[in-house]
Design a protein around this ligand. Structure first.
Ligand SMILES: Cc1cc2nc3c(=O)[nH]c(=O)nc-3n(C[C@H](O)[C@H](O)[C@H](O)COP(=O)(O)OP(=O)(O)OC[C@H]3O[C@@H](n4cnc5c(N)ncnc54)[C@H](O)[C@@H]3O)c2cc1C
Length: 383
């Protein structure tokens, strides 16, 4: 039987096969040694997955070859993220560029910034973090209180950033701070005097977040991404790249949902209760059949939006529709598959127990579900 989504998966079969082979042959054996402590794979293994994948041309594959990427269409990248989630391998997501990988903001960098920061990120040789969120500015990222003030040829940055991923292993931070001309993106090496990691927040899925404190952090004029032309442009340039980031999250969610569904179906075919395989009971079928329909719909939507991006249409509404649908689908599907497993799926160390905690972040990151709805409502002429 051919799934409807296969119609949109054409063209990148060999690439996806090669990536899946890499995951199966190289990453699955490494992850198998981790046993039940796989909430967050150790940093050296995450680093290895990133570098090895970059050397094979998968990591940051949509960046141009002259920057160290493979010049892949965006649809191909989306399918790789889907395949990583579907593999169920806890190391696979780290083999593809995520929140510590190349930032689209740096594409607007000066030649020097592209060479010094973007190229090592694309090649998987460096990692970064993004410090945007503040204690009083999350979804409402336009109302930052952190400041950057001119000081001779350079700038002095002050403020507090919260919930920053990857700060503990980043080589540098992209910091968005307010200036007279509006929010501005700066790139700061992590050892910049006045920049320090503050509080550590333990997350549901094991990956910690951090506070970044800017206490009179002094940087040169060359720390503004894009140089003098970049002053005041952080939001408009950031918004331009949001759609792709949201479609990547959607693809990750669909891959995870497909993996969770597979676990649920396999279990329902084997597990017996009251003298029958539980998959014979309609209440159990309901969990799995509804999940199957929803995963297929979310996947079709995401693949179609990715294809539109390749055709030149980067409509924020499309990405919002796909991210909203896929993240909510993934939460429901993981929940239902866990239910089908009974207590077995609830026990610490079971993949569904981990995924139940892991997918919870997907309706918060890259814009909450409510913010996706705001975008869609506006596009519908409401509000
Ligand atoms: C796992 C994880 C990783 C993260 N990584 C980073 C990172 O690397 N760098 C970084 O800067 N930040 C990061 N964040 C922070 C993330 O970007 C914010 O949590 C997110 O933008 C929401 O902001 P908030 O938490 O302050 O919630 P708030 O903005 O305070 O929202 C609270 C609630 O109000 C709702 N709401 C807000 N405004 C509206 C509105 N207009 N209409 C309807 N509902 C609304 C929200 O949807 C939410 O339900 C991360 C968060 C998580 C969970």
């Amino acid at each position: 039987m051919t799934a409807p989504s296969a119609v949109l998966e054409t063209g990148y079969g060999e690439l996806v096969d090669a990536f899946e082979t890499f995951v199966r042959r190289e990453l699955v054996p490494l992850a198998a040694d981790l046993g039940e402590t796989t909430d967050l794979p150790p940093a050296d293994l995450r680093d290895y997955a990133r570098r090895r994948s970059a050397s094979l041309g998968f990591y940051a594959g949509d960046y141009p070859e002259e920057l160290g990427g493979a010049g892949m269409p965006f649809s191909a990248v989306v399918q790789l993220h889907h395949a990583a989630g579907r593999s169920g391998c806890p190391l696979a997501p780290y083999a593809l560029a995520g929140s510590d990988g190349p930032s689209p903001l740096l594409v607007h960098g000066t030649d020097e910034q592209i060479k010094r920061y973007l190229v090592p990120l694309v090649r998987g040789e460096a990692a970064r973090c993004l410090a945007l969120t503040e204690p009083q500015a999350g979804s409402d990222a336009f109302h930052l209180t952190s400041t950057a003030t001119r000081d001779g040829d350079g700038w002095v940055l002050n403020g507090r950033k919260t919930f920053v991923s990857n700060a503990d292993h980043a080589d540098f931070a992209i910091v968005i701070a307010g200036t007279d001309a509006g929010p501005t993106a700066f790139v700061l090496d992590m050892d910049t005097p006045g920049l320090r990691i503050g509080q550590r927040y333990e997350g549901m899925s094991g990956e910690p977040l951090f506070e970044l404190v800017l206490d009179r952090a002094q940087v040169g004029g060359d720390a503004v991404i894009g140089g003098e032309n970049g002053v005041g442009t952080a939001m408009e340039r950031g918004i331009d790249s949001l759609s792709r980031g949201r479609l990547v999250v959607a693809a990750q969610c669909n891959g995870i949902a497909e993996y969770a569904l597979r676990l649920g179906v396999d279990y329902a075919r084997e597990r017996r209760a009251f003298g029958e395989r539980i998959g014979a009971y309609q209440h159990v079928q309901e969990h799995l059949v509804s999940s199957r329909a929803e995963v297929e719909a979310a996947k079709l939507l995401t693949l179609a939006c990715a294809r539109l991006v390749d055709q030149g249409t980067e409509d924020p509404q499309n990405a919002a529709l796909a991210k909203l649908t896929s993240s909510q689908t993934a939460m429901r599907v993981v929940d239902r598959s866990l239910q089908v497993h009974g207590a077995t799926g609830w026990v610490r160390g079971h993949p569904l127990e981990f995924l139940y905690r892991y997918v919870r972040m997907t309706t918060l990151i890259e814009g909450t579900s409510e913010i996706q709805k705001v975008i869609i409502a506006r596009a519908m002429g409401l509000g």
